[in-house]
Design a protein around this ligand. Structure first.
Ligand code: SF4
Length: 111
C-alpha cells in the first residue's frame, strides 16, 4: 500500500477507535497530516504505527502501549490535558487545540 493510501486507512481506523473514547482528530489539519505521515513511516520501519512523540524501548509489552491510538493506556493523563500527548487527538468539544499545552504526567493531580 502506498504511503498516502495507508495514511488514509489509518485516519479511518483511528477515527472509529477514538470516537468511542470521546476524542476526535485535532482540527489542526497540518499537524494531523504530519503525525499520520510519521506513523506510516514508523509502521513501515518497525511493524506498527508507533507514536511519533514517545520513545520506543524495544521491549514489546512497553512498546505496545505506544501504538497509536494509545489513549486507553494513558487515559487519566490525556483526559486531564484534553488531548493526547502528540496532540493528534483532542476531546470532542475542543475547537482550539493550541490552548491545550502538554503537561508531564507527574504534574497531573492523582498521577
Ligand atoms: S500520543 Fe496521540 S498520536 Fe501518540 S500514540 Fe498516543 S494517541 Fe497516537
Amino acid at each position: 500500500m502506498n504511503p498516502e493510501a495507508r495514511k488514509e486507512a489509518l485516519r479511518h481506523f483511528h477515527t472509529r477507535v477514538v470516537e468511542a473514547l470521546g476524542y476526535k482528530f485535532t482540527p489542526d489539519e497540518e499537524l494531523a497530516d504530519f503525525l499520520l505521515e510519521q506513523e506510516v513511516k514508523l509502521e513501515a520501519e518497525h511493524g506498527a504505527p508507533y507514536c511519533p512523540c514517545q520513545g520506543r524501548t524495544e521491549e514489546r509489552a512497553a512498546d505496545m502501549r505506544i501504538v497509536c491510538p494509545c489513549i486507553p493506556y494513558h487515559r487519566r493523563h490525556f483526559d486531564a490535558m484534553r488531548r493526547c500527548w502528540c496532540g493528534l487527538f483532542v476531546h470532542q468539544d475542543v475547537d482550539d487545540p493550541d490552548s491545550l499545552p502538554q503537561i508531564p504526567v507527574d504534574q497531573i493531580p492523582g498521577e
